[in-house]
Unconditional design. Structure first.
Length: 634
């Protein structure tokens, strides 16, 4: 049942009531927060009082819907409090939170963090972010109880050490340690070697003759809508190029089939696959299965090359996109960081091609209709709606959009039924995938992603590497020493590229300028001395991290100048705190040509936010980012 209610239906938000009603700036109607929990009324009232302490709540009106920064965030917060209260009711129903000892609180958090059990009975955990959010609410209860804002709360404030104590007993089930799990979340990450194989497998599908044939079929069908059953009966009984014209002269349907046949041959000719003399599928069911496979492959390409959240991709639709050369510009709803504001996002190279391909596999024109990025517009039901003159937009709204759960299921099926069939040895290392794993893998994969064309990099750096290099990823988890070895090896390549380009325009930024200055004597060095100097520079770099906007070359003797210091440790932490705003003013930044193009795109996005965001403070922050990028690129 939907949590939406009619705009005119306002109620008083009373403590202890079954529902609260909230509204945010982008909502057309209030949203309902359900408090019908399996706990006592006293615990419900406690949770409602706690929820009102959230910084997300801007008002606590009892005469209408309460104003919040984000309805989605308020629902998520209520779910966390629901888990707390229902555990409390079931395990310590008469014991105040204030009297719980640390062991009892830790046991509750462990219970909350287990999402499900595997077929072997091992726990499947929620992401590390869930741990942080739940512990945040425990700390809120502690502070609010101490200063009298609520009538109960735990007796201590949660800390990083407390979280580690909670999760350590569960790490044995993940074959991981706490630090690695925090970095990768419960989803983990796909190692660069496996990610590159998965990407290469998906590229093969993207470039296959079958996919071109499918695109030709949909283009021809849109010009000549014809019943699907007759198409496959007639076109696959014999080759397309030997069908006789008089075979189709007995009915109007036959005439339509004839027109479609000629249109299809024309599309084959235009696309360069004219030697293909029949459709690659014997029935619509086979075509349907292939469309599902092709969209799965395209989503893998997009997730691998962009690092976008699944929810952001699911908000994309074809009514709001633009093609510029080999780039595609779409608008995504950024719920987590921008409160649902739709902003322009750029897809380029293979990711752009994947987006175009997804929308080409459709019985309707993607420029005239609002087709989601993850869709079923290749369904026979939509073809029937077109032929029967029905409202296809209504059909799309009811049947054409796929959910996040469907995306997860599709990706898992793709991995199991397509990828592992070709690479069965991967299963022992990585038994399954989820959309969020791509997001965690993206930072590791991007060390090479931002060099040159992705496809070429995959083939050159991963598929043609030695088995020894690949085993660094597949034989064990990506440890700190292995990560340093990977960075060191790649940095050696980069420095040699900087040497070759030091009078060119490929490498810019303060970090690369320092390398060029250090190498000012390169002309007087023999090859052995040059290698020694490069090795010395590599050893002076503590870490190398690649981002969409540039690379962080964190030199050991200039860590104090970094802009990403952790407030607790006082040490730089680029993998955690790096951002466009921080990095564009940091002396450890270096950029190549592709990253400068990405910086331009980021500046365009922030310029849009600066002009349109309803919160002036956020708009001003975005304008500051635009100004910093402009100075860096000048």
């Amino acid at each position: 049942m939907s949590n939406r209610i009619e705009p005119q239906y306002y109620v008083i938000n009373q403590l202890g009531s079954d529902f609260f009603y909230v509204i945010d700036a982008k909502s057309e109607a209030p949203r309902k927060i359900n408090f019908k929990w399996e706990c006592s009324i006293e615990k419900r009232v406690w949770a409602q009082n706690a929820l009102l302490l959230s910084s997300n709540f801007l008002s606590s009106s009892r005469a209408g819907p309460m104003e919040v920064r984000s309805c989605h965030a308020s629902v998520v917060e209520s779910v966390l409090l629901k888990k707390l209260c229902e555990y409390w009711e079931k395990n310590h129903s008469t014991k105040p939170l204030w009297n719980w000892n640390r062991s009892e609180v830790k046991e509750m958090v462990r219970k909350v963090m287990v999402r499900d059990l595997s077929p072997l009975g091992d726990p499947i955990l929620y992401a590390a972010n869930n741990l942080n959010q739940f512990c945040y609410w425990l700390s809120i209860s502690h502070e609010a109880y101490l200063d009298g804002r609520i009538n109960d709360g735990i007796s201590f404030k949660t800390s990083s050490h407390f979280k580690k104590e909670v999760m350590d007993p569960l790490m044995k089930f993940l074959d991981s340690d706490y630090a690695e799990w925090v970095y990768g979340g419960s989803y983990g990450s796909i190692s660069p070697a496996i990610a590159s194989l998965l990407l290469a497998h998906s590229i093969q599908i993207l470039e296959s003759e079958s996919l071109i044939a499918a695109q030709c079929f949909f283009k021809a069908w849109k010009k000549n809508p014809t019943g699907l059953g007759s198409i496959f009966r007639q076109f696959n009984r014999r080759n397309l190029d030997v069908l006789e014209r008089d075979h189709f002269q007995n009915s109007a349907r036959s005439v339509k089939s004839l027109k479609l046949k000629h249109a299809l041959l024309d599309e084959f000719k235009e696309s360069g696959i004219l030697p293909l003399s029949r459709l690659p599928w014997d029935s619509y069911i086979e075509l349907s299965d292939f469309c599902r496979l092709a969209i799965q492959a395209c989503m893998v390409i997009i997730l691998t090359l962009t690092g976008h959240r699944a929810g952001e991709l699911l908000s994309v639709h074809s009514a709001d996109w633009e093609v510029k050369g080999d780039e595609v510009i779409v608008r995504e709803e950024i719920e987590k960081t921008l409160n649902g504001l739709r902003i322009p996002r750029y897809f380029h190279s293979l990711a752009a091609r994947a987006v175009k391909t997804i929308w080409s596999l459709s019985f309707i024109d993607s420029e005239k209709h609002r087709i989601p990025l993850h869709h079923k517009a290749w369904s026979s039901g939509l073809a029937s709606a077109v032929i029967n003159g029905e409202d296809v937009d209504t059909w799309l709204n009811l049947n054409g959009e796929l959910t996040a759960n469907t995306l997860r299921q599709w990706l898992d099926n793709y991995f199991e039924q397509s990828f592992l069939v070709v690479y069965p040895e991967v299963k022992a290392e990585h038994p399954g995938i989820s959309p969020h794993q791509f997001r965690h893998s993206w930072a590791e994969f991007s060390i090479r992603r931002f060099d040159h064309n992705v496809e070429a990099q995959v083939r050159e750096y991963f598929l043609h590497k030695s088995k020894k290099a690949t085993r660094r990823y597949t034989d064990k988890k990506l440890s700190e020493s292995v990560q340093y070895s990977i960075e060191h090896e790649y940095l050696d390549e980069v420095i040699h590229q900087v040497i070759s380009d030091r009078f060119g325009d490929e490498y810019r930024g303060p970090a690369y300028r320092r390398i060029v200055n250090t190498l000012s004597k390169v002309d007087s060095l023999d090859p052995a001395e040059l290698d020694a100097l490069v090795e010395s520079i590599c050893n002076s770099v503590e870490s190398y991290t690649a981002f969409e906007w540039g690379c962080c070359l964190l030199l050991k003797n200039s860590k104090q100048d970094a802009k990403c210091h952790d407030s607790f440790t006082g040490l730089p932490a680029p993998k955690i705190y790096a951002s466009v705003k921080r990095c564009t003013t940091c002396p450890n930044l270096g950029t190549n040509a592709l990253q400068r193009n990405n910086l331009t795109r980021i500046a365009i996005n922030h310029s849009y936010i600066a002009k349109h965001h309803s919160v002036l403070a956020i708009a001003k922050l975005s304008q500051n980012v635009v100004d910093q990028i402009s100075r860096l690129l000048d």
